[in-house]
Write a protein that binds this ligand. Structure first.
Ligand code: BTN
Length: 316
């Protein structure tokens, strides 16, 4: 019922009397009041005026399905909110092993053991970030898995463009950057046999409302709030992210790499640049020529053309 009340108030955009709400939904006015109180307790603003009723002026800054649903373009059935969890990627993998379906989305307010690439951690305080993992069961061969990250990155920059009007870019393999600093990290993990992927978990951590970062990462990380100078509506942005990453995942899974490849390349910050890549034990420098259709980085080095499937890139 809370969902129905929210939908009425959200779409009305104006005052609705308790009577109008209770008539429209066939519930008592006491029930209406109880749900309005619950929305306020989560941090939403609902103006109440005698003779006019209630007007929703702000949704709670809580990434629950009932709030996200108000903003998404399509109905995503499988959005799960976790107040606190070790890591949404770990949780999604556990859910996958327990049989959770394709396109399940797990969002956490707080991760106690957030994971980054190359065994690093990933941390964000309450209310600061969007941390979510999408479980996919694409049923394709393992070689196609790395480029899922291409689709995720395109989905993230598209959502940022729609909600914040910013042109964020992609730094291979999986960082979304702005002005040379990292806005979002993507960690893709999979379970597979030789022929077929059992599942993929694609985790995204987007810096949204941080006002600053600790000195050790201050020159590398940035948030949307720091760029725009204003607090960003996380619920709206999270909804846009779910819509757009889902749509790029479907595009890639159904139509293959050619359907997203050019768009990925045109949003890359390293194509055509002199780069340094640290891949495992070796460090190479060279010109970034582009990417393979499997998601590898192609570099023209002094010893010739080299391909990297993983590594850390910096622009020289
Ligand atoms: C990186 O840049 O190294 C990748 C960072 C990925 C962080 C996200 S936050 C949501 C998901 N859960 C995790 O534990 N990690 C990813």
């Amino acid at each position: 019922m809370k969902k129905e009340i929210l939908e009425l108030l959200f779409h009305a955009g104006d005052f609705m009397s308790g009577e109008q709400i209770s008539d429209a939904l066939g519930v008592s006015r006491a029930a209406v009041w109880k749900h309005i109180k619950a929305i306020k307790e989560e941090g939403g603003s609902i103006e109440a005026q005698t003779n006019k009723g209630y007007r929703l002026t702000a949704l709670p800054d809580v990434l629950k399905k009932e709030y996200i649903d108000l903003w998404t373009k399509e109905d995503h059935e499988r959005i799960h909110y976790l107040q606190e969890i070790d890591s949404t990627n770990e949780y999604a993998k556990k859910m996958a092993r327990d049989g959770a379906p394709d396109e399940s989305v797990y969002i956490a307010e707080l991760q106690t053991k957030g994971k980054g690439r190359l065994n690093r951690g990933w941390t964000a305080g309450i209310g600061e970030a969007i941390q979510m993992s999408v479980l996919l069961r694409p049923g394709f061969e393992p070689a196609k898995a790395p480029a899922i990250t291409f689709a995720a990155a395109l989905g993230v920059i598209s959502a940022i463009r729609q909600v914040c009007g910013l042109e964020a870019k992609i730094k291979w393999p999986n960082d979304v950057v702005f002005g040379g600093k990292k806005l979002c990290g993507i960690l893709t993990e999979m379970s597979s046999d030789m022929d077929q992927v059992e599942y993929i978990v694609c985790g995204m951590g987007l810096n949204v409302n941080q006002e600053r970062f600790p000195p050790e990462i201050a020159d590398k990380a940035v948030s949307l709030r720091m760029i725009t100078g204003r607090r960003i509506d996380r619920v709206r942005l999270c909804a846009a992210m779910i819509d757009s990453v889902t749509s790029y995942f479907r595009k890639y899974i159904l139509h293959g790499i050619d359907s997203i490849f050019d768009e990925y390349c045109s949003n890359s910050v390293i194509i055509g640049k002199e780069i340094r890549i640290v891949g495992g034990a070796e460090t190479m420098t060279g010109l970034c020529e582009g990417f393979s259709k499997q998601g590898a980085l192609i570099v023209r080095t002094a010893e010739g053309i080299r391909e990297f499937l993983a590594g850390e890139v910096s622009v020289r």
